[in-house]
Design a protein around this ligand. Structure first.
Ligand code: NAP
Length: 297
């Protein structure tokens, strides 16, 4: 299939590479062009602008946030202007429910197709084609995309025919991950201050009652205080909690824990930690407990 791929950051790199390796003709575009170089070596074609990446049957976007997706989609030479009638925009970025609704309406009006396919999994999972794809859209739109989702992920879940529902599921999941990071950070600070080894504590948890990937991945990062390089930046994590709160407000669903997490992220970002992995929320718990950052306990 002829595929465009826009957004070659931590996640987009691996996803686009897997589409190339599966034999698709992939045209890649990134705002900072140097990020396309490795993919061109693999066999992708580099586009010099957004429109040039929209000549195929499908164009993926894997961009930072709403602002980036809006710029690339609705700009003068953006996706809506460039994509052929009948071609599909697959939005994999973690964006707001409201923007996903707007994208669906704009593509329908232009005679194009739209699917939301946000993903669970960090950059390592993207590189290893082990993502979980959370898809939503009309059945005739999703059906030809299924082989592409199989190339980038280990399993695809179809939520509903309404694309924005996939974005809501994704945002709710990230709200839960942030809750886990915060609570594990607090628990580790508690035992560490009493002299218990951080790594041993996480090993006990994750080999017994908490043997789930989210506790294993983030427990390890928190125990080792391994916040750089960021797999998922705190600034993006704060964005997702904010978007979960916005969706909840529209639906009139209180999320008191999310409100607290928003403030924790703001504290981390205000202290200069926006570029760190979002597991650095746990550093706030250490700090509040009076634990030094090099305290090995
Ligand atoms: P990233 O490494 O920061 O990459 C962001 C991408 O967006 C880059 O290609 C960047 O281009 C582009 N971009 C940002 N602002 C732009 C703008 N105004 N116009 C055009 N392009 C713009 O982020 P990531 O970790 O790959 O995440 C991408 C998306 O996936 C986000 O929505 C994130 O929430 C979601 N996600 C991330 C993870 C994870 O663990 N990392 C997991 C699941 C989902 P430049 O290279 O030019 O800056």
């Amino acid at each position: 299939m002829d595929i465009g791929f826009i957004g070659l950051g931590n996640m987009g790199q691996g996803m686009a590479a897997n589409l190339v390796k599966a034999g698709h003709r992939v045209t890649v575009y990134n705002r900072s062009p140097e990020k396309a170089e490795g993919l061109v070596e693999l066999g992708a074609t580099a586009a010099s602008n957004v429109a040039a990446a929209c000549a195929g049957d499908v164009v993926f976007t894997m961009l930072a946030d709403d602002h980036a997706v809006e710029a690339v989609t609705f700009g003068e030479h953006g996706i809506v202007a460039a994509l052929a009638p009948g071609a599909t925009h697959v939005s994999s970025s973690t964006i707001s429910v409201a923007l996903s609704e707007r994208l669906a309406a704009a593509h329908t009006e232009a005679g194009q197709r739209y699917a939301a396919a946000p993903v669970f999994g960090r950059p390592e999972a993207a590189a290893a084609a082990k993502l979980f794809v959370i898809a939503a859209g009309e059945a005739q739109v999703l059906q030809p995309l299924a082989p592409l989702f199989d190339v980038i992920g280990q399993r695809t879940f179809v939520v509903s025919e309404q694309p924005h529902t996939a974005n809501l599921v994704k945002l709710s999941g990230n709200f839960l991950i942030a809750s886990v990071i915060e609570s594990v950070g607090e628990a580790v600070a508690l035992v560490a201050k009493a002299g218990v080894d951080r790594q041993q504590y996480v090993d006990i948890l994750t080999s017994t009652l908490f043997a789930a990937p989210v506790y294993q991945t983030y427990g390890g990062l928190i125990a080792r205080r391994e916040f750089e390089p960021a797999g998922f930046a705190a600034r993006l994590g704060m964005k997702d909690v904010r978007l979960a709160l916005a969706a909840a407000e529209r639906l009139e669903v209180p999320l008191p824990v999310a409100s607290l997490l928003r403030d924790r992220f703001l504290t981390l970002v205000a202290a200069g930690g926006g570029h760190l992995d979002w597991s650095a929320l746990s550093a706030l718990a250490d700090r509040d407990a009076g634990l030094a950052s090099d305290d090995s306990a």
